[in-house]
Design a binder for this molecule. Structure first.
Ligand code: HEC
Length: 146
């Protein structure tokens, strides 16, 4: 299948960007939002390199991919405590009523990020769709639209 990868990348960067509804003040909500903001930053770097907007830099690409795998592994701890119900949190109750499936969505991100070939811009381009898909899949089910 042929498609315009620049469009795909633009979409992926959007996933990272649009979601920020406002910073929560509740410490539990803020901790998970900070983790997610770092995901957005990593996707921006990788998306920029995949599209050619940012010069390819192997060390920066590997660091961004590591941020994603580390954060995927950290989702369980970051989301464990629901907190005080901060109105600026977009976390849906389904996270805690459907915890095992939520963790599966986190693991899917870890798998996609670990599989990312960061040795070239083409490698990033080839695998970034799967990573963005893992972000989107979880957001669709567990994150309120903002
Ligand atoms: C396992 C589920 C899950 C995965 C995977 C996931 N997210 Fe999230 N994300 C959430 C939830 C839930 C929220 C809402 C958190 C809140 O507001 O309390 C969120 C919020 C965000 C936010 C907004 C943070 C803020 O400051 O309000 C950004 C940006 C974000 N995610 C980016 C990403 C990116 C990029 C990826 C993939 C690399 C990703 N997320 C993967 C569940 C997930």
């Amino acid at each position: 299948m042929k498609f315009d990868s620049r469009l795909l990348i633009a979409g992926l960067v959007l996933i990272g960007g649009i979601a920020i509804a406002g910073e929560a003040t509740d410490p539990d909500a803020k901790a998970r939002q900070d983790l997610m903001d770092a995901n957005g930053g990593a996707m921006k770097i990788l998306g920029g390199m995949a599209s050619g907007e940012v010069a390819f830099d192997a060390a920066a690409a590997a660091a961004a991919a590591k941020t994603l795998t580390d954060n995927a592994a950290g989702i369980e701890t970051a989301f464990k405590t629901k907190g005080a119900g901060d109105p600026k949190s977009a976390a849906k109750d389904e996270i805690w009523t459907d915890w095992d499936n939520f963790l599966k969505a986190a693991a899917a991100l870890g798998t996609a990020a670990a599989a990312l070939d960061t040795s070239s811009a083409d490698g990033i381009k080839a695998g970034l769709g799967a990573v963005g898909g893992a972000c989107k899949q979880c957001h669709t089910t567990y994150k309120a639209a903002s």
